[in-house]
Ligand binder design. Structure first.
Ligand code: NAP
Ligand code: HSE
Length: 439
């Protein structure tokens, strides 16, 4: 009888796929000792097999059709690291239908089509694991699924997109402009193939949808989660935030509310300089979880990059391999809850969010402008806690910038006030509002 092995087929071999090959080479002994069998790569699908690649990639295993991995008779586990919905979705579906286990790093796929794919996996009695899909190298999925299985999660918040955190960090610490910082994040392999998703909050929204299911047992329509990208943040906002003792961070926030809905949102926000999240720099991610019994806990680490992400993927392969070798399956539900208990909870409307806000108005520096703005804010019940004015009062500088921090206010009222202020013709550009998260 031949020695047991876990045979994998890679669908995709870019940043993460190449990291997987390096890790399998460098940690082969450790993995073998932990799993009790070696992991063997039997095929690799890429878009263009003729492309020049890292010498780690065995040219004789390359094919150009990822469906080959899903149908390969020697593959036990399909490892999907291509990204996107198409053809990744078809590859994963075909693999599961054929009784193969799947490990993926693809948050878009899990957030948008996970329900159908996970149910298919359950039906075919195979595993579909996705640790690398959220927060790269941080084992947050396994923590929610297993370590916190006895607790009720009452809130989670964090930084779950490395690229946007990297961009804001570099803009803050080095004064880089947005484009330069994005180019650096792309060169380091942090960004998605289409970085729009990193910048507009789409990638963080995918991750928050996955986390909300694991934390709160909720079926989540990812498109319904309100999101705002970091493209609304300017160097001016970063500098003003610093003057008030804050740092701007790209946040994802989830918590059940008292009325039975879920408050899920993705947006940049001001956090106090002294807070833990303010110290999460560059491509680092952090997820803060509050359990009803455990209390608060923070996990932080690399949220993107070849080796941290590959580590999460390969740990999933080890888990699947352990199941394969012991003949176990679905002992732990992939989404932490039994599928029949997952609930479709309503999401709280963005306008119902209550909190403090940072407001910036670029205005004509004329008598009475400040009074009018304050009046409109007051009319909407938005009260000002602190304010600074800069510029103006000279022929060379006829414009001024007003920045205000508010007391607690309803987001819908803040939006209504800003729309009215922008109609007054005292402003020289659209007014800005960013949330302040003090917790
Ligand atoms: P990548 O560097 O762009 O690599 C994608 C790979 O998939 C490439 O090898 C590409 O082939 C192949 N591919 C794409 N479309 C294909 C098709 N239609 N047929 C065959 N092969 C195809 O992407 P990545 O950064 O490794 O990311 C992969 C996945 O991991 C994504 O879901 C991403 O969201 C996720 N992820 C990435 C990170 C990270 O830090 N990069 C972290 C966590 C999760 P070619 O090589 O020929 O172009
Ligand atoms: N583009 C993603 C990020 C990769 O920057 O966080 C990790 O999921």
């Amino acid at each position: 009888m031949s020695e047991p092995r876990v045979r994998i087929g890679l669908a995709g071999c870019g940043v993460v796929g190449t990291g997987i090959l390096q890790l399998l080479r460098d940690n082969a002994d450790t993995i073998g000792a932990r799993l009790g069998a070696p992991i063997e790569v039997v095929g690799i699908a890429v878009r263009d097999p003729s492309k020049v690649r890292d010498p780690l990639v065995p040219a004789d295993l390359l094919v150009d059709d990822p469906m080959t991995m899903a149908r390969h008779e020697d593959v036990d586990v399909v490892v999907e690291v291509m990204g996107g919905l198409d053809p990744a979705g078809a590859v994963v579906r075909t693999a599961l239908e054929g009784g193969k286990h799947v490990v993926t790093a693809n948050k878009a796929l899990i957030a948008e089509a996970g329900e159908e794919l996970l149910e298919l996996a359950e039906e075919r009695r195979v595993d579909l694991y996705f640790e690398a899909a959220v927060a790269g190298g941080i084992p947050i999925i396994r923590t929610l699924r297993e370590a916190l299985a006895s607790d009720r999660i009452v809130a989670l918040s964090g930084i779950v997109n490395g690229t946007s955190n990297y961009i804001l960090s570099r803009m803050t610490s080095e004064g880089l402009d947005f484009g330069e910082a994005l180019a650096e994040a792309q060169a380091a392999g942090y960004a998605e193939a289409d970085p729009t998703l990193d910048i507009n909050g789409g990638d963080a929204r995918h991750k928050l949808a996955i986390l909300a299911t694991l934390a709160f047992g909720a079926r989540v329509d990812v498109q319904a989660i309100p999101m705002e990208g970091i493209d609304v943040v300017s160097a001016l906002d970063i500098a003003f935030a610093q003057r008030f003792g804050y740092v701007i961070k790209p946040l994802a926030i989830g918590r059940p509310t008292e009325d039975g809905s879920l408050d899920l949102r993705v947006h940049p926000a001001l956090v106090p300089e002294s807070s833990v999240l303010a110290s999460i720099h560059g491509a680092l991610n952090a997820v803060h979880i509050r359990g009803a019994m455990m209390g608060p806990a923070l996990m932080s680490g690399p949220g993107a990059g070849a080796l941290p992400t590959a580590m999460s993927v390969v740990s999933d392969i080890v888990d699947v391999g352990r199941n394969l070798l012991s003949g176990a399956h679905a002992r732990v539900p992939s989404r932490a809850f039994r599928a029949s208990t997952l609930q479709a909870l309503p999401l709280r409307k963005p306008s119902e969010h209550r909190g403090r806000f940072y407001l910036r108005f670029d205005v004509h520096d004329r008598m009475g402008v400040l009074g009018r703005i304050a009046n409109v804010l007051g009319g909407f019940g938005v009260s000002i806690e602190q304010m600074v004015q800069e510029g103006g009062r000279s022929a060379e500088s006829p414009h001024a910038t007003l920045v205000m921090l508010t007391h607690d206010a309803l987001a819908g009222d803040v939006r209504g006030a800003l729309e009215e202020i922008d109609r007054l013709r005292h402003t020289t550009g659209p007014s800005r509002a960013l949330r302040i998260e003090d917790d």
